[in-house]
Design a protein around this ligand. Structure first.
Ligand SMILES: [Ca+2]
Length: 489
């Protein structure tokens, strides 16, 4: 077995160990301890949606019907600024299931390490393994009572191999006999292709200005919202069953997206649309809430999805593991709010980009390490599944796009982007070239924050993947014509 297969001893990984030691040294050990004797430990239920931005009624979106999630938010904490650290399933899930940036643990390339035996680096573990140590039974629920009429996807999708089964159970009915439990339900409704009863009126949905206002765009957007409505219906069934089984009073419920919306400028890109997720944490009424967690509140702290792992370990009475990069959000050991939220995109399928981003409470900065490639760099999944992807090309050929829309069909991308999210929430006015001294100062501050993060977290994306890996997927070339088809070269 070579060094890579053992997940150790490659130069990059060795540097990473040093970084982890550095991070651990900088992070005081949290002496949390177990709950008081006799105290009931809460069950934990994570409801994980696919490819979903905060397009729920409780976040202010129209033409979507989400009464069950709205009720959950009304009795829980609804996060206004929650972000995944990657805009694509496998990299994001690798991160929030370990509490580590995917870029630190070598899990940053989408669907990588599927057959090479790559293991998590030393000291990094799945949250399920840590929960087991805390006495929790773990579950990734696929099988529900037959009357539900659907199954959980059981998705894991991590960019590393695990030793042994990552979950203990997959049947809802088995949860009742196991206290406490840490269970997930993975929903697929909001992943393309959208399949849901028609409900939203395409004429009344709000289309972001960087997409053509075209019947095709409106139809697609309405179907996305309908998929969120269908997701909500199924969440309602699960929450109803939790109540019927007598578990609601002792179970913390989390609802989240695994990354942002599956639209052309969302998923796989580092704008708000790709990274911003709905996040609701609802504490059960039967157990005293931890310090700082106020039921029925909106929390506007900047939060990264990797914060869930240490937060829930703390809820389970466990100390924060050494070197874990997520931060504890609530309780006696809550950590300071983040000044910045970071994100990264690396190879997705056959398409190679390296994008890094940081946002503070007002501005988002994006650094593109592959600016010679067009935004519409060929990608078979996008071409097959996103009607607006192809519509942009068609309308561009007819010269029918606005300036904001033409940015998506340009032959190259800006090396740096800076957006004022207060005045420009759709991120269409790039301030990176602005002469305004205030903008220059913001650019410098965020550019430096990102550079520090890349060093401090030992971003593994600095080391290119072996060329053969992407090539085997049919990797696209730099400077690809966005209007050309894709396919293996
Ligand atoms: Ca996903």
């Amino acid at each position: 077995m070579d060094a890579r297969r053992r997940g150790e001893a490659s130069p990059g990984i060795a540097v990473m160990y040093r970084s982890l030691i550095f991070i651990a040294a900088a992070t005081p050990l949290v002496a949390c301890g177990s709950p008081a004797p006799g105290a009931e430990r809460p069950n934990i239920l994570w409801l994980v949606a696919e490819d979903l931005g905060p397009e729920l009624a409780c976040y202010g979106t129209g033409q979507v019907s989400t009464p069950n999630l709205d009720r959950l938010a009304a009795r829980g904490v609804r996060f206004a600024r929650a972000y995944t650290t990657a805009p694509v399933c496998s990299a994001s899930r690798s991160a929030f299931m370990t509490g580590m940036y995917q870029t630190t643990i070598g899990a940053h390339n989408h669907r990588s390490h599927r057959d090479d035996g790559y293991r998590l680096p030393g000291g990094v573990r799945l949250i399920t393994d840590r929960m087991r140590e805390a006495g929790y039974v773990t579950a990734n629920i696929r099988r529900f009572p037959a009357a539900f009429g659907f199954v959980g996807s059981g998705k894991t999708d991590w960019n590393f191999a695990t030793d042994g089964a990552p979950f203990d159970l997959d049947r809802w009915d088995d949860l009742k006999g196991h206290r406490p439990f840490f269970a997930q339900v993975n929903f697929q409704e909001t992943h393309r292709p959208f399949r849901a009863p028609g409900r939203a009126d395409p004429a009344r949905v709000a289309i972001p200005p960087y997409y053509p206002d075209h019947p095709e765009t409106r139809r697609d957007w309405a179907q996305y919202l309908d998929s969120a409505s269908e997701l909500d219906r199924k969440v309602g069934l699960v929450l109803g069953q939790l109540e019927a089984d007598g578990l609601a009073d002792t179970t913390i419920v989390v609802f989240m997206g695994d990354h942002g919306q599956a639209h052309v400028r969302g998923k796989q890109f580092c704008y708000e649309e790709g990274l911003h997720i709905p996040l609701i944490i609802a504490w059960p009424p039967g157990i005293p809430a931890p310090a700082g967690l106020r039921p029925g509140s909106v929390d506007d702290r900047l939060v990264e999805a990797i914060d869930l792992a240490p937060t829930f370990l703390a809820f389970a009475g466990r100390p924060k593991p050494e070197g874990m990069q997520g931060r504890i959000l609530f309780g006696d050991h809550a950590e300071p709010a983040r000044e910045f939220a970071f994100g990264a995109r690396d190879r997705c399928d056959e398409t190679v980009f390296r994008l890094r981003t940081v946002r503070d409470r007002r501005y988002r900065y994006i650094r593109n390490f592959t600016p010679d490639r067009p935004f519409l760099q060929p990608n078979q999944y996008k071409e097959r599944s996103y009607p607006v992807w192809n519509l942009l090309k068609e309308l561009d050929a007819k010269n029918q796009l606005t300036t904001a829309q033409k940015a998506l069909t340009a032959a190259t991308m800006p090396p740096e982007e800076l957006y004022d999210l207060e005045s420009d929430p759709h991120e269409v006015r790039n301030l990176a070239e602005s002469d305004d001294p205030d903008h220059r100062a913001v650019l410098k501050r965020l550019r430096e924050a990102l550079a520090r993060w890349i060093e401090a977290t030992d971003d593994q994306g600095r080391l290119p993947e072996p060329a053969g890996v992407a090539a085997a997927m049919g990797a696209t070339r730099p400077g690809s014509n966005p209007n050309a088809g894709s396919g293996p070269r």
